[in-house]
Write a protein that binds this ligand. Structure first.
Ligand SMILES: *[C@@H]1O[C@H](CO)[C@@H](O)[C@H](O)[C@H]1NC(C)=O
Ligand SMILES: *[C@@H]1O[C@H](CO)[C@@H](O)[C@H](O)[C@H]1NC(C)=O
Ligand SMILES: *[C@@H]1O[C@H](CO)[C@@H](O)[C@H](O)[C@H]1NC(C)=O
Ligand SMILES: *[C@@H]1O[C@H](CO)[C@@H](O)[C@H](O)[C@H]1NC(C)=O
Ligand SMILES: *[C@@H]1O[C@H](CO)[C@@H](O)[C@H](O)[C@H]1NC(C)=O
Length: 501
């Protein structure tokens, strides 16, 4: 709605112009206003991560974004493969700088200028990519990083900001640092006791001042799912927006869900330190669908729909009444992500890896559910399973499964997961199939000694999906990978035979 004031001013100063011109101007202003309102109403972004063994082609993803009316996207780097696909799409983009680049960009103004020239300026000017933000680092102050990025994040932020200004992009593109919600805390469970984390208090103050001076937003990732995952006694209902659990009363402000309480803890922390007006972007919010007993379709649907409904209602929190600016995490599943945080890590997508929606979700932009990716090409309808003649007592079973899972993806097996109810043979088949599909159905990837066989009967049952991968356009690269993987399997088989003998 910002354009309203300036347009009114414009109209006043042009009073003496011809009536026709005035009318044209009003009309144009009206269109702008309507467009602005649409942006506010349907304003949800998504995170587009790309750590997958079989990623959809970037152009397929961009078309899917448009089909779903998603007009903002957040990337984790600035790979030209994705930016090229976003050219002239009308989609606003937040590009990212991986933590590993922070020290280079912190120590060299020239490196920052090169980064901006190559990864921002060229796309904005000649490629028509609507870049609006640069995210410098990603959750750089997580305790697991042992302070590695404490000294480099702010200098990198400063150098990138200076480089953007030098490139003439200082007003159009804002810098920010996506931070985990652990950079602030409350001594009690009351938001009003919120303050910055003590070990990084001074650094955070400098970052807040820098963002404030440069019009950059504070970007925070908020994960009620992780609260639940880490604390089994967490009141599960409080994680959702339609909660029935007893609310927290903070001096008259009532909190019915953990998101509001967490967001307002941040608002209080900002306010207490003199930056109560800093704008806030929720950089990541979402719920995974597999890999943990609380990660399932039902909970993910409940959480994301609850969140979207309030975003669309323009409803803020008790401390900040305005609309919430957010990016859902995430667009599609990524089967090559590290599972160090937990098996759920590969299942954050609103859509499966192949662009198929997982559940009914209305983003509130007139569409009733998510629209699937179009023109997706799959590998053949065949699966690798434990052969009917193989015995569970075969001494090679354990090592074979462990090899398959170590090199593929077994995060849908285990207590409370989508394939958690498979029997022992089903488990083994799932592991074999995952390995076979990730290796593009290579014959040699279904040669677990005397244990496996290829079938054309789909072994999937209920929610437990035995996947078939999609064809990717990187045939050459995949070929090399396939080769080294099958050499790996051969080496393993030989080693095993050797041990047996
Ligand atoms: C541009 O971004 C890519 C991907 O993040 C990175 O690999 C590359 O080094 C960047 N280019 C420059 C000149 O810094
Ligand atoms: C952080 O420190 C711990 C303990 O010293 C170590 O095990 C871990 O590998 C370190 N992590 C990183 C990212 O440096
Ligand atoms: C915050 O914004 C309000 C309204 O725009 C303004 O009146 C106030 O002075 C601002 N406070 C600070 C600390 O900038
Ligand atoms: C199937 O595999 C999972 C994960 O490895 C394990 O927890 C479960 O006990 C297995 N089930 C059977 C019946 O072997
Ligand atoms: C596979 O089974 C055959 C016949 O049962 C046996 O001779 C052979 O040693 C087995 N191979 C391995 C690798 O266990």
């Amino acid at each position: 709605m910002r354009s309203m004031g300036s347009l009114k001013q414009g109209v006043v100063s042009r009073r003496k112009l011809l009536v026709g011109l005035l009318l044209l101007f009003y009309f144009y202003g009206g269109v702008l206003l309507i467009m602005d309102c649409v942006v506010v109403v349907s304003g949800i972004g998504v995170n587009w991560g790309t750590q997958a063994t079989h990623p959809l082609p970037p152009s397929t993803v961009v078309r899917m974004l448009k089909d779903n009316g998603i007009d903002r996207v957040k990337l984790f780097d600035a790979d030209s493969k994705y930016l090229n696909a976003l050219a002239n799409s009308g989609i606003q983009v937040m590009v990212g700088i991986p933590n590993e680049m922070l020290s280079t960009l912190a120590s060299s103004v020239q490196a920052a200028e090169n980064w901006v020239a190559k990864n921002v300026s060229s796309h904005v000017s000649s490629n028509g990519v609507d870049i609006r933000y640069v995210a410098v680092g990603n959750e750089p102050f997580l305790p697991t990083f042992n302070g590695t990025f404490i000294g480099t994040t702010l200098p990198a932020l400063q150098n990138i900001q200076a480089a953007l200004i030098k490139a003439g992009l200082g007003t159009r593109i804002k810098v920010t640092v996506p931070l985990n919600a652990d950079v602030y805390q409350s001594q009690s469970n009351l938001p009003s006791e919120g303050d910055l984390r003590t070990d990084i208090h001074d650094l955070m103050l400098q970052i807040l001042k820098f963002l404030s001076d440069n019009g950059g937003p504070f970007t925070v990732n908020i994960y009620p799912f992780i609260s639940l995952y880490k604390d089994p006694s967490f009141p599960i209902d409080f994680a959702f927006f339609d909660s029935n659990s007893s609310p927290i009363n903070d001096n008259g402000r009532v909190y019915e869900n953990v998101f509001d309480a967490n967001y307002d803890t941040l608002v209080w922390a900002l306010q207490k330190n003199g930056f109560g007006n800093l704008s806030i972007i929720v950089g990541e919010i979402g719920w995974p669908t597999d890999g943990d007993k609380n990660a399932n379709l039902k909970f993910a649907q409940r959480f994301n729909q609850g969140f979207m409904s309030r975003v669309n209602a323009g409803k803020g929190t008790p401390m900040r009444s305005g609309a919430i600016d957010a990016y859902l995490f995430s667009l599609i599943d990524e089967d090559a992500k590290s599972i160090q945080p937990g098996n759920f890590e590969r299942h954050w997508g609103l859509l499966y890896f192949d662009g198929q929606p997982k559940y009914q979700l209305s983003l509130g932009n007139g569409r009733n559910g998510l629209v699937a990716a179009k023109d997706v090409h799959y590998l053949a309808q065949k699966w690798c399973v434990m052969s009917p003649s193989a015995s569970l007592a075969d001494p090679q079973v354990a090592a074979s499964v462990s090899y398959a899972c170590g090199n593929a993806d077994c995060t849908s097996l285990g207590y409370g997961t989508s394939c958690g109810n498979l029997d022992a043979r089903g488990n083994i088949s799932y592991a074999f199939n995952s390995y076979y599909q990730i290796n593009n159905q290579l014959d040699s990837a279904c040669r677990f000694p005397n244990l496996s066989a290829v079938t054309t009967t789909n072994p999937s049952t209920g929610d437990c999906l035995f996947r078939i991968m999609i064809k990717t356009d990187t045939t050459a690269g995949a070929g090399e990978r396939r080769l080294s993987r099958s050499v790996g399997l051969l080496a393993y088989i030989l080693t095993f035979v050797f041990i047996i003998m």
